[in-house]
Design a protein around this ligand. Structure first.
Ligand SMILES: Cc1ncc(COP(=O)(O)O)c(C=O)c1O
Length: 480
């Protein structure tokens, strides 16, 4: 019988090596304190309440705030998604802020946050890396341009691929030029950025609001996340009310317990052995595979690189990514986090062991030999090969699709469904992303230009989210 239960059991039986979320990597010993089903409880006497914490939850949140250096931390049971949404809503409750500067490469939850809050976005393009053809960087000068209409900044750092933006410069610019503007950071991929081996986390850098997707790299159960606040630019009452509005009235105590467990273990966790193994891996692959490393710091808007994300580009090999990933999965039982036309991302977390990295390293060594590597091309030389990848074009302000309606206006507008091939020049009624990484190809309210149209019509093989009619070749557009 086909059932979710059977499917999960079958999947687990394959014994895949996890290079994806969640960060606990299925290692039961790291979650031993979470008693299931005994601790799957509700807000009973003595167990505190998420929306008005005074006891156990309050204490656990305070511990987290202390470790990250926040004034206050809130546990989330609906992922960093609800964190991004709450950050935006908190800006509007009683404040009527209108415009927010956001990166166009932001996760789709940011598009949702724009709908819910009604804030008007001013999109800043990412810097596209010529080797990986991915939006890895942010030009902080571009981000910091003056504007009277902007009420807040929101940026994503690190992004999915582990590259960090120059938050220090952005905060310094804000302090000098517009000290009342809050800086909000989606640090979904950086809950582990503590200690000497990693770049400094956004809370410590002085951001006003920071969201962590604690399940991605720590030991928290999937959906468990945190939001941290510092200083007085954010109205705490509005933030609390926003969290109460967005989150369930029945928070999972297992999630909450797993957040506390993550924070306590993070304090004593040593990443040293894993770090050293990643450095060995890089040495072994040097000149054979293009890997994103700290040598990329300072180039293409990248301020720092988190070594625990392993991004490889296989365009120098005589194979394609689909075949390559199939072999990795079937012959080596390696499960990456995601891949696209040229790149594969492997994610490490608190549950990862040096052996995992060695397994990956051995597998890649064999495959690189099998697919006879041509010399690894980097930088502008790679760009000249001119692959028509979406992000290349979305990397310039002029090429960003024009915003004809705010995401909220588009959400509320009457729509109709038309054939994708007839949609050039129409305003999209939906936000469509390839998942992962979940960066929208088009955001509701944007005009469908020829670039977006060409990507939509080459739609096979993509894991689309937010696109209701993709099987029929249809798209929802604003009806006027
Ligand atoms: C950059 C970014 N922000 C936010 C999220 C949402 O996080 P969650 O899955 O915890 O809701 C993701 C998820 O992939 C993400 O990549």
């Amino acid at each position: 019988v086909n059932s979710l239960n059977r499917g999960l059991a079958d999947y687990c039986e394959q014994g895949m090596h996890s290079f994806h979320t969640p960060g606990h990597k299925g290692r039961a010993e790291l979650l031993a304190s979470l008693a299931f089903p005994g601790h799957d409880l509700t807000e009973l006497p003595g167990l505190d309440m998420l929306h008005n914490p005074q006891g156990l939850i309050d204490q656990a949140q305070k511990k987290a705030a202390e470790i990250y250096g926040a004034d206050e931390t809130f546990f989330l049971v609906n992922g960093a998604t609800s964190g991004n949404q709450a950050m935006f809503l908190a800006l509007t409750a009683g404040h009527n802020r209108k415009k927010i500067r956001v990166e166009r490469r932001a996760h789709r939850s940011v598009a949702g946050a724009l709908i819910l809050s009604g804030l008007e976005p001013e999109y800043i393009p990412a810097v596209i890396h010529p080797d990986f053809k991915l939006p890895l960087g942010l030009d902080s000068k571009n981000f910091c341009s003056p504007s009277e209409h902007i009420g807040a900044f929101h940026l994503t750092s690190p992004g999915y691929y582990g590259t960090l933006a120059d938050l220090d410069t952005i905060i310094e610019w804000r302090n000098r030029n517009n000290p009342s503007i809050p800086v909000l950071v989606d640090q979904a991929h950086g809950a582990h950025l503590t200690g000497d081996l990693f770049p400094v986390g956004a809370v410590a850098q002085g951001a006003d609001l920071v969201v962590h997707s604690s399940h991605k790299t720590l030991l928290a159960l999937t959906q468990s996340a945190m939001i941290h606040v510092r200083g007085d630019r954010i109205d705490r009452t509005s933030l609390r009310k926003s969290l109460e509005l967005l989150q369930t009235s029945s928070p999972s105590y297992l999630f909450l317990e797993s957040l506390e467990n993550s924070v306590l273990k993070l304090q004593e966790h040593s990443w040293q052995d894993l770090y050293e193994e990643v450095m060995l891996f890089r040495k072994r692959m040097d000149g054979r595979l293009r890997i994103l490393t700290s040598a990329d710091t300072g180039t293409f808007g990248i301020q720092a690189v988190d070594w625990s994300k392993i991004l490889i580009n296989i365009s120098s090999l005589e194979t394609n990514v689909t075949d390559f990933v199939n072999i990795l999965r079937s012959s080596f039982k390696i499960e990456p986090e995601l891949w696209d036309e040229n790149n594969i991302l492997f994610m490490l977390g608190m549950g990862s062991k040096p052996d995992d990295v060695r397994t990956l390293s051995n597998a890649l060594e064999i495959l690189v030999r099998r697919f006879r590597s041509s010399p690894v091309i980097t930088g502008q030389a790679a760009l000249k090969r001119g692959e028509n990848i979406l992000w290349e074009e979305l990397g310039s302000r002029d090429c960003l699709p024009s915003v004809r309606l705010t995401p909220r206006e588009a959400w509320l507008a009457v729509k109709k469904t038309i054939k994708v091939k007839d949609s050039l020049g129409r305003i999209s009624g939906e936000t469509i992303s390839i998942y992962p990484p979940g960066i929208p190809l088009v955001i509701a309210g944007e005009e469908i230009n020829s670039l977006i149209l060409s990507r939509l019509t080459q739609a096979e093989n993509h894991r689309w989210q937010g696109w209701q009619g993709y099987k029929q070749g249809e798209i929802s557009v604003i009806d006027f």
